[in-house]
Write a protein that binds this ligand. Structure first.
Ligand code: FAD
Length: 386
């Protein structure tokens, strides 16, 4: 068994082998097509990667948060777009059900999510991003449950989803989380948004037009949406930190490999300190960000919410920083080839940018970090979930 801060090396090796064998050959095709390969989606389910924390009794892999993070990290080393597909399923949707679902909801949804149903998490709207609770999607009580009406934007996995976790306004200042089946009458998924990076991953607008949701599909109780968003996004930030750490590792691997092969002035370019030291510096920064992430995972359940928010904000901030720098340095290390789509560096460079935007922009993470030091700071007022 692995220690809490040292993930099981055998499982890591297994996922790394899987990512190299089953994902790597599809990366360029999926990036160009802007969609996940259908066969790969099935394989991700078959490998247990779509239900990592789902208990075995519900047909899942029976892992923990650390095993989810390692899986996301290893997939991201090869394709951050595939990694976020798996991340949203595990770190947001399944995590929300495990932590806030009742017994009946777990029985109905966890076996499906572990074996065949893709999940999506719909909080953001066009005018409600960093200010995530400025929702206009509304839940109006109806005798048998609620009627949901509104437009969500930027919903990852929406094109493949069979289940949405949807946040809607359920009073002047309260929100409620709902489990909404994708085939419910009134649910319409928009076109894929064309993106700079993580292009295999679908991102769509989703419309809810007077969608009837029964009381049995209210997640975590009516008017508890703010707390549920805050707690699930806290786990979500761990997933994105893992995605960015895997991306940085993939970029540094590509740079070191190339620099040992490429010769200029009669020597492999890695022999020049100008090539070696930036990569060494990033290797150290990546080790620090990864160690901080694993430490955060290990202590997460034992620390109070305010400290959890700061720790996950720090983990995501550090990982997004190192990912962007490592991908940029990889492009430069590969010279002209770094700029070519025939080599992996340019795609990782495009993919890295999202780490500073979704699940709370870098400013939102800095705001959470500052709040721990500034009395009367902005954070902790429940105004945003980050
Ligand atoms: C590819 C992609 C996938 C996504 N997937 C999902 C998903 O699955 N589910 C979901 O719900 N959402 C998703 N999102 C939405 C994402 O979480 C938001 O884009 C993000 O939170 C930022 O919101 P915004 O785009 O409205 O930017 P804004 O909030 O408009 O921010 C714009 C800029 O202003 C800054 N800013 C805003 N307020 C402040 C402040 N108070 N102090 C300092 N700076 C501030 C921000 O840091 C940023 O630099 C996704 C987004 C993208 C691009």
């Amino acid at each position: 068994m692995s220690s809490p801060v040292e993930p099981d090396p055998a499982r890591r090796a297994e996922i790394r082998e899987f990512a190299n064998r089953a994902v790597r050959p599809l990366v360029s095709k999926m990036d160009t097509a802007q969609r996940m390969d259908d066969g790969l989606v099935q394989t991700l389910f078959a490998e247990g990667l779509m239900g990592i924390e789902v208990p075995e009794a519900y047909g899942g892999y029976g892992g923990d948060l650390l095993s989810s993070a390692v899986a996301i990290e290893e997939l991201s080393r090869v394709d951050p777009g595939v990694a976020v597909f798996v991340d949203v399923q595990n770190a947001l949707v399944i995590s929300a059900l495990l932590r806030h679902g009742d017994g009946d909801q777990k029985r109905r949804y966890l076996p499906r999510l572990a074996t065949s149903t893709v999940g999506a998490y719909a909080l953001s709207e066009r005018d409600s991003g960093s200010d995530a609770f400025a929702l206009t999607t509304e839940a109006v009580p109806d005798g048998t449950g609620f009627r949901l009406t509104g437009h969500k934007h930027w919903t990852t996995n929406a094109a493949e989803a069979g289940l949405f976790v949807v946040f809607a306004k359920s009073g002047n200042s309260s929100a409620t989380a709902f489990l909404v089946d994708a085939d419910a009458p009134g649910v319409r998924v928009g076109e894929r948004i064309s993106k700079l990076g993580i292009r295999a991953s679908s991102t769509c607008a989703v419309e809810f037009d007077d969608v009837l949701v029964g009381k049995e599909n209210v997640l975590g109780g009516a008017n508890n949406g703010r707390v549920i968003a805050m707690e699930t996004l806290n786990i979500g930030k761990i997933g994105i930190a893992a995605q960015m750490i895997g991306l940085a590792q993939g970029a540094l691997d590509a740079a070191f490999d190339y620099a040992q092969q490429r010769r200029q002035f009669g020597e492999p370019i890695i022999s020049y300190q100008g090539v070696q030291f930036p990569l060494a510096r990033l290797t150290a920064e990546l080790d620090a960000a990864r160690t901080y992430l694993y430490h955060t995972i290990a202590v997460l359940d034992a620390i109070p919410l305010a400290k959890r928010l700061t720790a996950t904000a720090t983990a995501k901030f550090l990982a997004a920083e190192v990912a962007e720098r490592a991908a940029s340095q990889a492009v430069e290390t590969l010279g002209g080839n770094g700029y070519s789509t025939e080599y992996p560096a340019e795609k990782l460079y495009r993919d890295a940018k999202i780490g500073k935007i979704y699940e709370g922009t870098t400013n939102m993470q800095l705001r959470a970090i500052a709040a721990a030091r500034v009395s009367g700071g902005e954070h902790g007022d429940g105004a945003a979930p980050w």
